[in-house]
Design a protein around this ligand. Sequence first.
Ligand code: ADP
Ligand code: MG
Length: 211
Amino acid sequence: MTQSFSTLALSPATLENLARLGYREMTPIQAASLPPALLGKDIIGQAKTGSGKTAAFALALLANLNPRRFAVQSLVLCPTRELADQVTAEVRRLARAEDNIKAVTLSGGVPLRGQTTSLAHGAHVVVGTPGRVLDHLDRGNLQLDALNTLVLDEADRMLDMGFVDDIAKVARQCPPQRQTLLFSATYPEGIAKLAAQFMREPVMVKVEAQH
Ligand code: ADP
Ligand code: MG
């Protein structure tokens, strides 16, 4: 069964943008996770690679965002620089052009200075790797007091790469009433522990591989 994005509580401008991008029907993980995510629920979403998890959390974080408020309102943690770049690109594609939403990428292995300058110019959305995001927090370059959405993308890979302590430190600096969205291809023990620590009554959404 396919479902159109128009069944969601999204603005006409967002729906037009999705149509323009050629996103006609929701993928199964989007159809399962977006309705509770748009109600403000914490989500643990599990689906294989290539199933459209990025748009599932990007549309939710954009729905929470006030473009007229010049403060970081969404933070997405990713395991690698390449993935962070891909997520930033998808957030920019899905953001409504007229809102002029600024997304900044903070990945390790890249000089700090350019990132610090970008943050100083103001960002609505930050996408980055845990260690580098923590570095900017410690330096006072990044404030999370206006944050309303925290996303842990590819959480299983972040755990495999040893980012659990950095994720915990970042999450502790986020306002407690934020919405937390966790997406992963697999659901190992460590994810359940992470979720128990940092999420509030998460809705579990699992899409089985289709054959
Ligand atoms: P995942 O994070 O689950 O590995 P991605 O979010 O990277 O998957 O999405 C995989 C591809 O599917 C991307 O090229 C993306 O643009 C495309 N895509 C996502 N959602 C839709 C949709 N509803 N309709 C068409 N293409 C989509
Ligand atoms: Mg992904």
